[in-house]
Structures are given as C-alpha cells and as structure tokens.
Design a protein around this ligand. Structure first.
Ligand code: MTE
Ligand code: MO
Length: 220
C-alpha cells in the first residue's frame, strides 16, 4: 500500500499524529482492563437482538453502491467489486447498545474505515461524517471516532455474510461508541465540516455516544 500513502501533510496523516499524541487508538483495539470492559449500566447478552426503524431494505450485491463524498479531495462511488478489492481485515469487538445490552467478542470481516478515508482524502475543514443508509437512517460521528483503529465497514459476522436483518450487505461497526452509531445498510459516507445530528441524535440521543461516559441522551 506504500504507493497509496497520503501526502505527509494530509488531514488524515495529521489526525493520526494527533491521535498518537493523545495515546488514542494506538493498538488494534482500544485496550481496556477486563474490569472496565462492560460500560456502566450495561448487561451482557448471548444472543444478538435486531433493532431498527422497521424497514429492512433488500440490497442486491449487483445494485449495492457506497458513495463517499463531501469535504474530500477525491470522492468515490464503490461497487461491490471495488469494495472487495480494498484490504479486508478481521477484527473481534464488543457491541454496546444504548438500550443497555452488550454482546462480547463479535468476529467481523470488512474494510477499515481508515482505508476508505485514505482513498478519498478528507480536506482540512472536515470534522465529522454523516452516515446514510438504504432505509433512510442517518447518524453522525466525529471524524476521529469514525476513523478509530478498530472501526470497520463489515460484511461478515462469525465467518458468514452479514444477514439483511443485521444490516447486510454492509454496515458500519464502531465498537467504542453506542451501537446506534453503527449504521446498517450503509449507502453513503458524507464527510462534513460541522458536526450535525443524524436521525436519533435529532430526537434526543447524545451527539457522540460514548458508552463509558454514559452519553446516552443529550443533556446527559
Ligand atoms: N440503517 C440503520 N442503521 C441502524 C439502525 C436503523 O434503524 N437503521 N438502528 C441502530 C440502532 S438503534 C441499533 S441498536 C443497531 C442495531 O443493530 P442490530 O439490529 O444489528 O442489533 O443498529 C443501528 N443502526
Ligand atoms: Mo439502539
């Protein structure tokens, strides 16, 4: 990938340097002591509940597209082949839903969000992303949160294609934030210059959603 490295002074390179200075996201996983693994107010479940707006869009692979645009140098429109051609990584991470259930050790396969941002090169003014989905859902994340080391666009769970009910063909998985930030059926990553609320955030959910700070609802 050396040929594809961004120029030294690019937004992403500088962001990575800033993350390194803060000691954040340095390892493959955001490391936490086992005692702090379960965020406050959460309980563990073994099954994986389905939660969404009630409309589960069927997106055939030959019609699937992912648009990445907004405040970027090189907007792209990926089709399935283009997405599969990006480096595929395997990661294990925990789910923390704001409705208080958590599920440990989910094995994902997909593309690192950083790899996608490397492709499009966010501009200096970029501060956040708005994720858009095929069911009309939206959710916002700060660029640094979206680009966390273990944040992925996943298409497999436990070695099998991600089911439609869990957001297949492709969903976001951002394990260090509440699960409502992990858009199912993702269709577009819009890089934006000012953080603004998505669907649930406009209805009272917290703008950022850090489970360890219990950022559940705005005003929390
Ligand atoms: N496109 C889309 N993504 C979504 C949602 C949705 O309604 N539509 N719901 C969110 C919420 S509130 C949660 S808790 C998780 C649930 O994902 P799951 O059904 O795979 O458990 O998806 C998140 N992503
Ligand atoms: Mo949720």
């Amino acid at each position: 990938m050396a040929d594809d490295l961004p120029p030294e002074d690019s937004k992403l390179t500088r962001s990575k340097r800033a993350w390194a200075e803060q000691g954040k996201f340095l390892t493959g996983r955001v490391s936490r002591a086992e005692a702090e693994r379960l965020p406050p107010g959460q309980h563990l479940v073994k099954d994986w509940p389905v939660l969404d707006l009630g409309r589960q869009p069927e997106v055939a692979l030959d019609r699937w597209r992912l648009q990445v645009d907004g405040m970027v140098e090189r907007p792209v429109m990926l089709d399935w082949a283009g997405f599969q051609a990006l480096e595929q990584v395997d990661r294990v991470s925990d789910i923390h839903c704001v409705t208080t259930w958590s599920r440990y050790d989910n094995r994902w396969r997909g593309v690192a969000t950083r790899a996608v941002l490397d492709l499009v090169q966010p501009r200096d003014e970029a501060v956040a992303v708005m994720l858009h989905s095929y069911d009309g859902y939206t959710t916002n994340l700060l660029l640094a949160d979206f680009a966390a080391e273990d944040a992925l666009l996943v298409h497999q769970w436990e070695g099998k294609p991600l089911t439609r009910s869990h957001g297949g063909p492709v969903r976001a998985m951002v394990p260090h934030l509440y699960f409502w930030k992990s858009a199912k059926w993702i269709s577009r990553i819009e890089v934006i210059g000012r953080d603004r609320p998505g669907f649930w955030e406009a209805s009272g959910y917290h703008l950022r959603g850090d489970p360890w700070a219990e950022e559940r609802y705005s005003g929390d």
